[in-house]
Structure formats: structure tokens, C-alpha cells
Design a binder for this molecule. Structure first.
Ligand SMILES: Cc1ncc(COP(=O)(O)O)c(C=O)c1O
Length: 410
């Protein structure tokens, strides 16, 4: 009947039935006909995950750029350009270090924009800074490192990554000139992780004297510096200070990311390694960013789109920071740290409980972090908020600021 209805031969129908049975879509039992297999039922629509907390109206968590600022059209154009010229072998299994196209343009971009001393052979792409840190820690551990000095306060996930790689974390204090060198000297650490361009979350920059001292420590002791160049492209009051990597490329792992300049969801980052660590890093690599994403970023960099995006974002975030600082000053709340990045540290008056302000903010629909989120457990610190001003979209920024003002009024 089916053959007649469809106007095809009986043999075709029988063949299709046999194929569907073979693939498990139909079950056939002698004498009882053929049925749709139970397992062939379409999967139910996933139920919406119950969320523990209501979605905040305004998100002031630090370190995230405005998702509406992602240059989608230019990215699509870069993808098209990349696809038009893609070499067939790029769609096969890749060199774990990354596509040669991206490593080549990154090497020249980093030299030009951040003063990094490198060549494409020393560049390794990775899925964001966090994966780069993981790789660097595993590679350093494989070469005998056991202790890693880390700035305190810092971002908790980085502590977890370092510990998971089998390195002992030695907390290092930070002041307005960056990490304290006497603590590095006393740490007996094999390597240190620093954010010289813009300390996260205190917002200082590593002073020239301390940069020199840190490099001197590394060369004297055979130690390593992992430079998280987070925020390196986002300085507002002056030209960005170059990366410190060029001072001692043999003792530095330089790390950058597209998480701020483009979007964290891309999971695109890069390491610049000393020659002798490249093989060690490749040996511990398990996954890599996809070749098409890498080629798209390469095309985006080559076309000048990346530079334009950074310039534009710098302008937008600089204005936001200025507005935040002005609004807080009106409430006599000082913002500390240099004019850079996507977050600011706001000191709260003595006696004000940080957690209460954070809870009050949540009650007003604002997601915000206290400094305590980033401070080692049990460590005392002056009450402060770490205000990320990247996330709220432009059209909502005025309202978001007004809401923050209400929360801080108490
Ligand atoms: C201090 C610091 N470094 C780097 C990053 C970027 O990490 P990733 O590239 O994994 O997104 C972040 C993100 O918030 C950060 O806070």
C-alpha cells in the first residue's frame, strides 16, 4: 500500500523499512508487524533549568564586556574572508600550537601593540587565559616547579586551576605599586603569576621599579613570571604601558585573551612562551580552539578590525568609568586604582559591612561583588566593592548607575 501511495516500487519500500530497522528507528517482530521503536521518540524539550537566584536586572560583576558591543557584522565578514581563502588542510587535524595564520598575525600584533618580544614559533593559542594558565602550570610543574606565588586578592578560579595542576599557592600581598617584591623574595616560589597592567581586583599597575626587580628575581633564581596581560589594551589616562615580557622573554610566560576585547564566549586566548617551554606546553595540551575561530580572528586582526574594536571599546569604557567615578564622588566614595580595564574598586566607609551592601544591591536587582570574593579566606581587608562597568548595555547604563547610587545611599 505504501509503495502504491508513494508511487515507488515495493522493493524500495522494503529496503527503506530494512534500513530503518537496522538503524533502530523501527522494530519488527515476526507475526506482529512493524512499529516505531520506543527509543525513537523525539527527545522532550529540555525543561528550563531552575535558577538558584533571580537574574539580576543590572550586572556589575567585574571583567565582562558589554555583550551588545560584540562586532558581529565584522566578525561574520572576517569569517567569510577566512573561509574563502581557507587551505584544505586547515579543516583537518591541527598543529596543537594553533593555526599558523593566527600565530603569525598574533606575533606581529603583540609586538606592535604590547611590545612583546616574540615570533610565531613561540605563540600558542588556547581557550582563554584560564586554559593558558592551566597549560603554563602543568608545563612548569613538569619541569620541576612546585610553588607558585599569586597575588592576593585574586580571582578564585585561577587559584583552583593552579592547585589542580599540582602547584602549591603562595599568596603575595599587593599594594598601590603592584605585587610586593619582598614577599616574592621570601616566597621560595618557582614562579609567580602577576597582572602588571592592571591588578585584579585592586586596580594598581606594577611600578617600573618593581617590574625591574621582578625580572631580576626571575633571572637570579631561575624563576618564572606568568604575565596575565589582562586589561593591557584598556588604559584610559595615558598610552598603555607595554607588557613586561620583553624585559626577560626567557623567564616569562606572557598570556593574553580576547575575552575583554571581543567576548569571553569565544574562548580565544594566547600564550607567548620561552623557547624551551614550547614542547612542554604542547605535551600537556588536550584541547584547542577550533581552526575556523582561529582563522576568523586572524582575518579580523589582519583587516584592522581588532584594532578598531579595541579603540572603540576603550572610548566606551573610559566614558563609563568617568561617569561611575563622578557618580561615586558625589557620594564621597573614592574609586581607587588606575583608569583602566572594566572594573573599579570602590572603598566603602569604615564600619560599613561589605556583605550587607552586596545583599542590599541584590535586593535592588544589582549583581555586584565585594572585595571579599577575591580575598584569601580569613584575610582581613577594608570594605570595598569591585564594580564591573562593562556589562550593563549602553542604553541601560544611566539607570544602572542611578540604582547603584540608591544602594550606596543606604
Ligand atoms: C584577572 C583575570 N585575568 C584574565 C581573565 C580572562 O580570562 P579568560 O580569558 O579565561 O576569559 C579574567 C576574566 O575575568 C580575569 O579576571
Amino acid at each position: 500500500m505504501l509503495a502504491r501511495d508513494l508511487g515507488v516500487s515495493r522493493g524500495t519500500v522494503v529496503e527503506v523499512y530494512e534500513q530503518l530497522i537496522a538503524e533502530g528507528y523501527l522494530t519488527a517482530r515476526q507475526g506482529s508487524g512493524t512499529e516505531v521503536a520506543r527509543s525513537a521518540v523525539a527527545p522532550a524539550q529540555p525543561r528550563a533549568e531552575p535558577t538558584a537566584e533571580p537574574t539580576p536586572r543590572f550586572d556589575f560583576h567585574p571583567g565582562v564586556p558589554d555583550p551588545t558591543s560584540f562586532p558581529a557584522d565584522q566578525w561574520v565578514r572576517a569569517l567569510r574572508r577566512a573561509l574563502r581563502s581557507v587551505r584544505p588542510e586547515r579543516l583537518g587535524y591541527q598543529d596543537p600550537r594553533g593555526t599558523p595564520e593566527l600565530r603569525f598575525v598574533l606575533a606581529s600584533y603583540l609586538a606592535r601593540a604590547r611590545g612583546v618580544a616574540t615570533s610565531p614559533e613561540l605563540v600558542v593559542t588556547c581557550s582563554g587565559f584560564v586554559r593558558g594558565l592551566d597549560l603554563a602550570c602543568h608545563a612548569l610543574r613538569a619541569t620541576g616547579a612546585r610553588r607558585l606565588g599569586m597575588e592576593n586578592p585574586t580571582i578564585p578560579i585561577h587559584l583552583e586551576v593552579v592547585a589542580a595542576a599540582g602547584l602549591e599557592v603562595v599568596p603575595l600581598e599587593v599594594d598601590e605599586h603592584g605585587v610586593r617584591i619582598e614577599m616574592v623574595e621570601a616566597s621560595r616560589a618557582d614562579a609567580v603569576l602577576v597582572t602588571p597592567a592592571h591588578q585584579f581586583p585592586l586596580g594598581s599597575t606594577l611600578s617600573p621599579e618593581r617590574r625591574t626587580a621582578l625580572v631580576e628575581w626571575a633571572t637570579r633564581t631561575g624563576g618564572f613570571v606568568i604575565e596575565d596581560d589582562y586589561d593591557g589594551e584598556f588604559r584610559y589616562d595615558r598610552q598603555p604601558v607595554g607588557a613586561m615580557q620583553a624585559l626577560a622573554p626567557e623567564h616569562e610566560v606572557y598570556a593574553g585573551t580576547a575575552s575583554k576585547s571581543l567576548a569571553p564566549g569565544l574562548r580565544l586566548g594566547w600564550l607567548v612562551l620561552p623557547d624551551h617551554l614550547v614542547d612542554e606546553v604542547v605535551a600537556v595540551m588536550e584541547s584547542f580552539p577550533g581552526a575556523l575561530d582561529q582563522l576568523t580572528l586572524a582575518a579580523f586582526l589582519t583587516s584592522g578590525g581588532y584594532d578598531r574594536q579595541v579603540r572603540h571599546a576603550r572610548l566606551v569604557y573610559r566614558r563609563r568609568r568617568d561617569r561611575l567615578v563622578a557618580a561615586l564622588l558625589r557620594r564621597r566614595l573614592p574609586v581607587t586604582g588606575i583608569a583602566a580595564g572594566l572594573h573599579a574598586l570602590v572603598e566603602l566607609p569604615g564600619g560599613v559591612a561589605e556583605e550587607e551592601v552586596v545583599a542590599r544591591a541584590a535586593g535592588h536587582g544589582l549583581a555586584i561583588d565585594g572585595l571579599g570574593t577575591f580575598t584569601a579566606p580569613g584575610q582581613r581587608h577594608a570594605p570595598a566593592l569591585v564594580v564591573g562597568y562593562g556589562r550593563p548595555p549602553d542604553h541601560a547604563f544611566t539607570t544602572a548607575l542611578a540604582r547603584l547610587g540608591t544602594v550606596l545611599r543606604g
